[in-house]
Design a protein around this ligand. Structure first.
Ligand SMILES: *Cc1c(COP(=O)(O)O)cnc(C)c1O
Length: 371
């Protein structure tokens, strides 16, 4: 591919930080873990951070640490990365799929409230593509029904709702650092929270259920093997230092796309601005106009690839996946999710993308849409 969908940005300082760990004595549960956790908590405005080996692990631990288990229902969007539903199933609970809002492609608060039932234990809101969901309304609903609100901010580190960083607003927030995210640790995830008890339990669950004393007979409960190695923590510390400038650069790329694609009635562009939110751009995802079918969209993605431009089809509805047709429960009408998923195209988007590359992608897409 000449222009990939995403590309991690690794600088000399990052490599140096990782190499320094390799020369030291500790490769797991050391100083870099503590330092990375403090840095993420401080960046996001939360009291605690617990780092794990993936975002999905962190989501699973958040649910387990809140006591979500068999017989419980957890409200999630269907237009989202599959990890959201998988984590609910790892906790042996049932995902209940709820509709999104057209503007932000995040959970619709009205549909969420309608889906709340006796068994509902938690809501996982996803700040999809880096755009904050309507946290004002969702927090009110969660409080009114005494249900935990977990923020999946895996695509939205640095995004803000009414001046506060997303991830820090709910009972727990999750970030992820796979190589296609705004910053990477190779693989990795972090749970943030202000809750001391939740933190202690998450730390325990991350490391086989071992208590803080690390005594020989200190297995308080059955946990997981979700530790994040020191190498990855060192990379994370180094990447986090640059995050603010990375977010600004990505904002600039989104604006260049908006200019490059403006005035084309075949393409609906993502909203650039909200009065009460700041987007942390994860992808630049456009929607084709209703005159295009899913087959048209797939053909265009293929033709883009043939021209060296890699595009994504984020996201296929989770409730339609073979693995979820049986175990998930859909709440109400998910027609917007289905209609949106058929016509989205995620365009190449990465830190070091040049204006020229944005121009090439925009022109190629416009030409292919003309047929
Ligand atoms: C990236 C991501 C995750 C976590 O993915 P991992 O690969 O497990 O780190 C979770 N939820 C969403 C919405 C994501 O985009």
């Amino acid at each position: 591919m000449k222009i990939p969908l995403s590309r991690p940005e690794i600088r000399r300082a990052d490599s140096a930080a990782v190499n320094a760990v390799l020369r030291g004595p500790r490769l797991s549960l050391g100083k870099k873990l503590e330092e990375f956790e403090r840095a993420v908590a401080s960046y996001a405005g939360a009291k605690h951070a617990v780092a794990m080996n993936s975002g999905t692990s962190a989501l699973h631990v958040a649910l387990a640490a809140l006591g979500v288990g068999p017989g419980d229902e957890v409200i999630v969007p269907s237009f989202a990365f599959i990890a959201v539903a998988n984590a609910v199933c790892h906790a042996q609970a049932t995902p209940v799929f709820v509709e999104i809002e057209p503007d932000t492609l995040t959970l619709d608060p009205v549909a969420v409230e309608r889906a709340i039932a006796r068994k509902t234990r938690a809501i996982v809101v996803v700040h999809t593509f880096g755009c904050p969901a309507d946290m004002g309304k969702l927090l009110t609903i969660a409080r009114r029904h005494r249900i935990a609100l977990i923020e999946d901010a895996c695509e939205a580190i640095g995004a803000e709702f009414r001046g506060e960083k997303v991830g820090s607003l709910g009972r727990a927030g999750i970030f992820a650092f796979y190589p296609n995210k705004q910053m990477t640790t190779g693989e990795g995830g972090v749970l943030i929270t202000n809750d001391d008890k939740l933190t202690a339990r998450a730390r325990r669950l991350r490391n086989q259920g071992r208590g803080a004393s690390r005594d020989w007979l200190d297995q308080e409960e059955i946990g997981f093997s979700y530790r994040l190695p020191e190498l990855n923590c060192a990379l994370g510390i180094s990447q986090l230092k640059r995050l603010d400038s990375v977010i600004r650069r990505r904002e600039k790329i989104a604006k260049e796309y908006a200019r490059g694609l403006a005035g084309n009635s075949d393409i609906e562009l993502p909203r650039l601005k909200f009065p009460d939110r700041r987007i942390s751009w994860f992808t630049y995802t456009v929607r084709l106009s209703p005159r295009f079918t899913r087959a048209d969209r797939d053909a265009i993605v293929k033709q883009m690839a043939e021209r060296g431009i890699e595009c994504g089809r984020y996201f296929a509805p989770i409730h339609l996946q073979p693995s979820y047709r049986r175990i998930g429960r859909r709440s109400g009408d998910l027609s917007l999710t289905e209609a949106t998923a058929e016509r989205t195209i995620s365009l190449p988007f990465f830190n070091r993308m040049t204006g020229r590359e944005v121009g090439t992608v925009s022109r190629t897409l416009a030409r292919l849409l003309q047929g």
